[in-house]
Design a protein around this ligand. Structure first.
Ligand SMILES: [Cu+2]
Length: 647
């Protein structure tokens, strides 16, 4: 029987600034381990004032939501915790059991717990306003449901910003049958982003100035502003030095390491969370991204990782050096550490403004070198939609002489900037004839009409499922003050490791590598397609589907038992992890075949991805971007599953 080991948060956390300074000074980590740093020097209380990380096993659980004092930076702060633990206790369940969680809320505000990725009755899902009324201040709620799956999951608050304040924890469900993944030992690695600021304050700052947390002068926001004012081609002509702008991925994170301290199992890099191994063992790492806003790129220098599960469910093993984990995703990997006493687990924030780190070691107290942060990746034209975005509020960009045919089209995966002056205008229409009149958008899966989508910028010629074709856009995006960008020719990007990970000399996992070990669990072809566009306005910091905020949108209505195809198109320059509650998302490959079953589907900029959903769960379900501040501004819908035909 393998053993689980979670973080034990003993020892103080030196300040992040101290740590970063130490890194900058010598490219190596601070000289002493976190455990050895005197807490008095930082004026900190020892970590023991917060209870050590618990593991709770069995069928019945008593969870108490409350406040605890934490200290990750040198300053005491109040976190929202479960059983006085951050992260919340690891819950170990067994597939086939019925579990009961008696949750008491001792806060003076409403709270909730959502069991992320779990298939369960709607009134157990924990989303206030949809599943139930929330758990009132001083009140309780009893969750009880049968566990119908196995694997690595997590739970978190679905109330306000409580998730950002610490209310998240891991779930491990052991299979009823022998585990298909053999291992000698396992560790949970829960990544998260902590801020000493109140999330409400961050939110206000984002609304006021959306690039507050970016340090660049010329941000994407500036670009969008110019494009809206002057049109795409004039903006590009003005910005002769597109290649010199060096827009980088820091511009692609709303909230960065300037406020965040990145945690591994509730521990700062200097605190050095350590997972033990014995050389020769197969060690299973259950990696969970419990961040509010941060994507991580995780690797363990010196070790290959074999990915064996995604979002809890088994995938065909694929051996890699590094993987990107979107907010709310989980990945299980197998490593076989040997030949060294210690290996560093490093998870860089996607924007390279910081990282979480810990150690795999043969005994406590060891460290290996911590690699320097990768350079900040440069944003390419391709990252903005495979050769350009349109602006729904500006005149349609003119089609200059075919830039693409002049060999200036960006390589879709090479990560190159556009050539320096004069910057050619990416032709969004290259190679595609504009129909004289808008034609109905053809479903990329032949034989279906997309009822929701009306072309507004371009239409027709929807080619192969994953190929670059002109993208139609819903009418509701047109002239919409909440929409500042549209992608012109999105693709699945299944083979793209993503911004900052291309050509880095390491074998990086892509979505295209993910294949469930099982066949399409439903097997029926979808009977209809629902296309939804991920939209936003960066300056206003509003995010939505189809330009409609949650508060203004009608529910998506599904008939119980039906099989539908959801097509997502990312019309923004941000990446969005889209999570459907209560039902699985069966991601399709570029040929429309079942690829991998997930609960959270990452949508990088310029991407178009589709998945099938079996509406096998009655009730009202949340469907949203898992970037907490994106969800909060409106990138969310209700999915309502009911019997019989719905209007
Ligand atoms: Cu989002």
């Amino acid at each position: 029987m393998s053993t689980l080991h979670m973080s034990r948060r003993d020892g103080p956390a030196p300040s992040r600034r101290t740590f970063v300074k130490g890194l900058a000074a010598g490219g190596v980590v601070v000289a002493t381990s976190g455990l050895a740093l005197p807490s008095v020097a930082h004026g900190m209380q020892p970590r023991s004032r917060l209870a050590p990380q618990d593991t709770l096993r069995g069928r019945e659980f008593d969870l108490e939501i409350g406040q605890s004092t934490v200290n990750f930076t040198g300053a005491d702060r109040t976190a929202i915790t479960v059983n006085r633990s951050l992260p919340a206790p690891l819950l170990e369940w067994r597939e086939g059991d019925t579990v009961t969680m008696r949750v008491r809320n001792t806060l003076n505000e409403d709270s909730s717990i959502h069991w992320h990725g779990l298939v369960l009755p709607a009134n157990m899902d924990g989303v206030p306003g949809l599943s139930f009324d929330g758990i009132p201040a001083g009140g309780s709620y009893t969750y009880r449901f049968p566990v119908k799956q196995a694997g690595t999951y997590w739970y978190h608050s679905h109330s306000g910003f409580q998730e950002q304040q610490g209310l998240y924890g891991p779930i491990v469900i052991h299979p009823r049958d022998p585990d298909p993944v053999a291992s000698d030992r396992e560790h949970v690695l829960l990544l998260s982003d902590w801020t000493d600021e109140s999330p409400q304050r961050i939110y206000r700052k984002l609304k006021k100035e959306s690039h507050y947390y970016n340090w660049r002068q010329r941000t994407v926001v500036d670009l969008v502003r110019d494009v809206r004012r002057k049109g795409w081609s004039e903006t590009m002509a003005d910005r002769l030095a597109w290649g010199q702008m060096r827009m980088n991925a820091a511009d692609l994170a709303d909230v960065t390491g300037s406020t965040y301290t990145y945690l591994l199992n509730g521990t700062t890099p200097a605190g050095n969370w350590t997972g033990l191994f014995t050389p020769g063992e197969r060690v299973r790492l259950r990696v969970i991204n419990g961040s509010a806003m941060t994507y991580f790129d995780l690797r363990i220098p010196g070790l290959k990782m074999t990915v064996v599960a995604a979002d809890g469910l088994p995938v065909r093993p694929v051996t890699i050096d590094e993987f990107r984990i979107a907010v709310a995703e989980t990945y299980d990997v197998i490593v076989e550490p040997a030949g060294q006493d210690a290996f560093t687990i490093v998870a860089q924030a996607m924007d390279r403004t910081g990282f979480a780190a810990g150690t795999l070691a043969v005994r406590p107290g060891l460290r290996a070198a911590v690699p320097a942060l990768d350079p900040r990746p440069v944003l390419t034209m391709d990252d903005m939609g495979h050769g350009g975005h349109g602006t729904p509020n500006a005149a349609r960009p003119p089609s200059p002489p075919a830039a693409a045919s002049a060999g200036q089209a960006p390589d879709p995966h090479a990560g190159h900037t556009m050539p320096a002056p004069p910057a050619p205008v990416p032709d969004p229409h290259a190679g595609h004839a504009m129909p004289a009149a808008p034609a109905p958008a053809a479903d990329s899966h032949a034989g279906h009409v997309m009822p929701a989508s009306q072309p507004s910028v371009a239409s027709g010629d929807h080619g192969s499922h994953g190929g670059a074709a002109m993208q139609a856009h819903p009418k509701s995006e047109r002239g919409n003050p909440l929409v500042d960008m549209q992608t012109m020719a999105p693709t699945s990007r299944f083979d793209d490791p993503g911004i900052g990970l291309r050509d880095n000399g390491r074998r990086v996992l892509t979505y295209g590598d993910l294949r469930s070990t099982f066949d399409d669990p439903d097997g029926r072809a979808p009977t209809r397609t629902i296309e939804l566009h991920l939209t936003g306005h960066m300056e206003r910091f509003v995010w939505s589907f189809d330009g409609q905020k949650f508060s203004d949108a009608e529910p998506i209505r599904l008939t119980y038992g039906e099989r539908v195809r959801i097509v997502l198109v990312n019309d923004t320059m941000m990446t969005h992890p889209i999570h459907l509650h209560g039902m699985w998302s069966d991601v399709e490959d570029d040929q429309g075949n079942f690829m991998v079953r997930k609960h959270t589907v990452d949508m990088p900029p310029g991407s178009r991805r589709s998945y099938r959903v079996t509406a096998d769960a009655l009730g009202r379900w949340a469907y949203h971007c898992h970037m907490l501040f994106h969800m909060e501004t409106g990138m969310m819908r209700e999915v309502h599953v009911a019997e019989g035909a719905q209007s």
